[in-house]
Ligand binder design. Structure first.
Ligand code: NAP
Length: 293
């Protein structure tokens, strides 16, 4: 079994990005600039935005965060998006979700110019990705494809089973695995809560991508000998094995499934570290106008 080391792969990508930024600056260009809009004081969102700011510093990006109290009006938020849209110095914008209930998430996302939508949530980017045009692909599916690419895992002609059909993971990763490109060209089956005979389907997978949000749901009897297993799930559970009293687990029962898999991502340290790195890659592309010219 080979462990797919997302932490190492993410560190390698950060080094590559930092090198590219240095070259841009030496050539008289400007560093990529990523802006984030953060509403309220949700601790998970605060952590994500802080990590994003740190990652930007590490690779030489400029980073700015627009903070608002939880009772900010939708209008003020939309005006801020318009302001950032007009600012040529800012290449990418993310709006940290979820937003408070009185604000329409979709309205805000759709206000971002697709050229700056480095989270890849705007319907224009989702649509472009779906029909195979250059697009910003959202962080988690992008990260999964990059893990497969860099681990040199053959996907062409393989049976890929995706467990989950969410808009942020299952659906886009299924499309990417089925596209006529490498990695891709897999024969993809998408499973969800109404799927029957789940274990029978997952047992046929050469590549099993699990994004269900169900702790340790996938057990070894659901996995074929030699399968590649990508575990997207993240769950914090109580533990007497750690100092903090908590540990992270995935949607896959790692101890038993890792004995059967040829490649597997651990949790933590698999898909997770790729998320912010994917955002950095998209922002670099935005600064070079690679997607929209
Ligand atoms: P989600 O929106 O809750 O979607 C879960 C999907 O799993 C749904 O399509 C659901 O089917 C399906 N499902 C649930 N129970 C099932 C069952 N018993 N049998 C078959 N299918 C079942 O979750 P998500 O946003 O995709 O996230 C999935 C997991 O990944 C979560 O643990 C999340 O925390 C984690 N995550 C991690 C990262 C990262 O960076 N590592 C990023 C995003 C998400 P229905 O559509 O029929 O309801």
């Amino acid at each position: 079994m080979i462990l797919i080391d997302g932490k190492q792969i993410a560190a390698d990508i950060k080094d590559e990005i930092a090198n590219q930024v240095r070259k841009v600056i030496v050539g008289g260009g400007k560093a990529p600039h990523l802006a984030a809009i953060l509403v309220g004081e949700d601790p998970a969102s605060e952590t994500y935005v802080r990590n994003k700011e740190m990652a930007c510093r590490q690779v030489g990006f400029v980073s700015s965060t627009y903070r608002f109290p939880a009772d900010v009006s939708e209008e003020e938020l939309l005006e801020t998006v318009d302001f950032i849209n007009r600012d040529d110095e800012i290449h990418g914008l993310i709006v940290q979700l979820p937003l408070p209930g009185h604000i329409d998430n979709q309205k805000v996302i759709q206000r971002i110019r697709p050229e700056k939508d480095v989270d890849g949530f705007h319907p224009v980017n989702v649509g472009r990705m779906t029909i195979g045009l250059p697009a910003y692909v959202s962080a988690t599916p992008f990260g999964i494809m990059e893990l497969l690419r860099r681990s040199k895992i053959e996907t062409r002609g393989k049976n890929c089973v995706v467990l989950g059909r969410s808009n942020i993971v299952g659906k886009p990763v299924s499309l990417l695995m089925a596209r006529n490109e490498e990695p891709g060209n897999a024969t993809v089956t998408v499973c969800h809560s109404k799927t029957q005979n789940l274990a029978e389907i997952t047992s046929r997978a050469d590549i099993l991508i699990v994004a269900m949000g169900k702790p340790e749901f996938v057990t070894s009897d659901m996995v074929r000998e030699g399968a590649v297993v990508i575990d997207v799930g993240i769950h914090r559970v109580e533990s007497d094995r750690t100092k903090s009293g908590f540990r992270l687990i995935g949607d896959v029962k790692f101890d038993e499934v890792s004995k059967k898999a040829s490649f597997i991502t651990p949790v933590p340290g698999g898909v997770g570290p790729m998320t912010i790195v994917s955002l950095l890659i998209n922002t670099l592309k935005a600064s070079k106008k690679e997607i929209y010219g």
